[in-house]
Ligand binder design. Structure first.
Ligand SMILES: Nc1ncnc2c1ncn2[C@@H]1O[C@H](COP(=O)(O)OP(=O)(O)OP(=O)(O)O)[C@@H](O)[C@H]1O
Ligand SMILES: [Mg+2]
Length: 307
């Protein structure tokens, strides 16, 4: 069997990209199976877009290797570009073209034969819910509609692998949900989706698996719960920074090598089971909330690590 249709959709081995003396992506190794929906997360500047650009064959790795659909990113970028869909943070839609003309333009870029392009146009418009808007100037579309059109344009050649770099930034919650419904339809039909987002609820609920980057390195990966357990711990204790009886908390934390994040006027303390028991014993009169960690807590923990 040719490796184009077998093996993982993406595999990277010590993939590295430097800009001058700065290392943006630092020996990153992971693998994505066909049909998986993987969330690629990390704080601003952690190297997500740089990774995706290497995987799309748009940027040469400085070191290491990556294969996409069985093709080497450094040597076979043309084969990769023809087979993947890429929706970048700033997807190029032409404002002075209509919805129809934008899709036709991308069909041309991907050399989709005319008769196939005509059939697919109708399918994409239906999928993206853009019926009745095909002759509208792209400049007049709102953010949510633009995203749908951008997704439609990224799909004109029916890619089996889709890279989405913050596809829902600046889109309202309803449009975001609808956008994700579209992504899930594609995934159910067998597409592999590699997606970055800063919307933690999306990442947590919608990805099969997460890969978390910190300063260009993979910090954690796996199902959302496991990743949260690894990086944050099992519990988060939340209390106001001026809570009565909270005076000794900083000393207590420092003694255990722990650190609280401060959000607005609250402390967020990541604790494992034993830590929680000890905390309860040490501060019997304190009022606080105990909850399970979310991906927001993960990001706070990463920020603390960096500091
Ligand atoms: N062409 C370039 N030249 C120099 N530095 C670059 C270049 N591209 C990216 N970088 C740097 O590499 C680092 C990683 O950038 P990247 O865009 O991959 O981060 P990101 O995780 O996508 O961030 P964001 O969440 O803000 O989109 C940043 O410090 C960025 O300034
Ligand atoms: Mg980015």
């Amino acid at each position: 069997m040719s490796s184009e249709n077998a093996g993982p959709a993406i595999s990277t081995e010590l993939l590295t990209r430097r800009f001058g003396s700065f290392t943006a992506v630092d020996h990153v190794s992971f693998s994505v199976a066909r049909g998986e929906v993987v969330g690629y997360l990390g704080p601003n500047g952690s190297g997500k877009t740089t990774t995706i650009r290497m995987l799309c064959g748009l940027l040469t790795p400085t070191e290491g290797h990556a294969q996409v659909l069985g093709f080497d990113v450094a040597k076979q970028s043309e084969q990769i570009k023809a087979r993947i869909g890429y929706m970048s943070q700033k997807f190029a839609l032409y404002d002075d073209l209509t919805v129809r003309q934008n899709i036709e333009f991308y069909s041309g870029v991907y050399s989709v034969p005319r008769d196939i392009a005509r059939v697919r146009f109708d399918q994409l418009i239906k999928m993206a819910g853009l019926e009745g808007r095909t002759e509208v100037l792209t400049a007049s579309l709102s953010g949510g509609w633009r995203q749908r059109l951008a997704l439609g344009c990224a799909l004109v050649h029916e890619p089996k692998l889709l890279f989405l770099d913050e596809p829902t930034s600046g889109v309202d919650p309803v449009a975001r949900r609808e956008f994700w419904d579209l992504i899930y339809e594609l995934a159910e039909k067998g597409a592999t989706v590699f997606v970055t987002t800063h919307y933690m609820d999306e990442a947590e609920r919608l990805s099969d698996r997460l890969i978390v980057l910190q300063s260009g390195k993979v910090r954690a990966s796996g199902a959302a719960r496991g990743v949260l357990g690894d990086v944050v711990g099992e519990h988060v204790v939340v209390l106001p920074t001026n809570a009565e009886g909270a005076e000794g908390i900083q000393t207590w934390l420092t003694a255990r090598g722990l650190k609280a994040s401060t959000v607005l006027a609250s402390w967020h303390l990541p604790l494992d089971a034993a830590g929680l028991v000890a905390f309860v014993a040490a501060f019997p009169t304190l009022r606080y909330e105990v909850r399970i960690p979310t991906l927001d807590d993960l990001f706070l923990a990463l920020a603390e690590e960096r500091a």
